[in-house]
Write a protein that binds this ligand. Structure first.
Ligand code: RP5
Length: 164
């Protein structure tokens, strides 16, 4: 029996501050995860080996974050048929526009579900992974729905507290 988990891959440890948002949200849903620094360009063989091994050990969703010429999510999509969520990191002179296009513009047949550039995308990657896993996990689906309701309540409370 393998234990289901989410793998968070990032091209560099410099991506970690943004990807803390992913980690915190997966923790809040009690979703098991692993974090791996591995690069499509700098360590292609290690990336391939990790993805194959992680899938064999029960990885259900891969979240891949990279900046600049961000090919990590696409490279991982070419290795596994598990769902891939790509997070473009907002670093470098183009502030993540380069990473967004590199991540999202995949050829047909090798999809990457690409989220927004930077911290909102990092958080949405975790929410999206939770929603994917929740399709086959009623307890998790309940937690996801409760979280959505709590977030709505927080907005309503902020509106009520507005002092103009
Ligand atoms: C990408 O290059 C990484 O994902 C990172 O966003 C960017 C810069 O990496 P470092 O030079 O900071 O290691 O591959």
């Amino acid at each position: 029996m393998t234990k289901p988990f989410v793998a968070i891959l990032m091209g560099s440890d410099s991506d970690l501050p943004v990807m803390q948002g992913t980690i915190e949200i997966l923790k809040s849903f009690s979703i098991a995860f692993e974090v791996k620094v591995t690069s499509a360009h700098r360590t292609p063989a290690a990336t391939h080996a990790y993805v194959t091994d992680a899938e064999n050990r029960g990885c259900k969703v891969f979240i891949c974050a990279a900046g600049l010429a961000a090919h990590l999510a696409g490279a991982v999509a070419g290795i596994t048929t598990r769902p891939i969520i790509g997070v473009p990191i907002d670093c470098g002179p183009l502030n993540g526009q380069d990473a967004l296009l590199s991540t999202v513009m995949m050829p047909a047949g090798v999809p990457v579900a690409t989220v927004a550039i930077g911290s909102a995308g990092a958080k949405n990657a975790a929410y999206l992974a939770a929603q994917i896993l929740a399709v086959a996990d009623d307890e998790l689906a309940k937690r996801v729905k409760e979280n959505r309701a709590e977030n709505a309540q927080a907005v309503i409370a902020k509106d009520a507290a507005l002092q103009l």
